[in-house]
Design a protein around this ligand. Sequence first.
Ligand code: GDP
Ligand code: MG
Length: 215
Amino acid sequence: MEDNKTKPTLLKCVVLGSSNVGKTSLLTKFVHGKFSEERRATTGADFASKVLKLGDGNEVRLVIWDTAGQERFHHGTLGAAFYRGADGALLVYDTTDIRTFEQIEMWRGELLQRVEAPGDFPVVVVGNKIDLPSETRDQEQTAVMTWCRDLGIGLVNTSAKDGTGVDAAMEAIAALALENRRRRDARASQAPREPSAFTLDTLDRRDSTSSSCCK
Ligand code: GDP
Ligand code: MG
């Protein structure tokens, strides 16, 4: 059971959300501890990783995939490689622009269509840019919290600028993804030896998810 104490478990997390909400900034702050006001056009599928020690003592290497800026043009254009083997997702919105929260629903829809096991896929909603003033944030926060609660999704407010909540958001998705991975591995090992056509298909998909996590 505790055989992976020494080697961090590799977990892939994708970061989704509309353009300009701060996805790249969150990733950069988390991995490099840096923030820039400049808007760098993201080119190519970017990812970066960092080892995290979770509250329960487990170590994971979180490999975080950023969009390559395609979200600027229209949705549904993120390539298969982006989603392949993903263990969890951060759905990011900008707390100073409620429209980006409304778009979260769309991002979640796309995510659940593209991942291999949408039923229990780990997701955390991230409300970014809380360092900036917003007259409507408090009212909106209630709607956001209700939406998240109804779907059983965790919510973390962050500032990629001053670092508030960034580690907490990453730790939250890492913990959920690790738990989900273990649950699925346990289920796979308990599966009957001669599965029906249906379970055979399910197992195939499960196997590919747990083994094809990015390097
Ligand atoms: P992306 O398109 O979602 O990847 O967004 P970026 O990370 O490129 O950020 C878009 C703009 O918002 C940039 O000018 C960032 O400097 C700025 N930004 C991102 N996160 C924050 C934040 O938490 N606070 C503030 N004040 N600005 C932010
Ligand atoms: Mg970006």
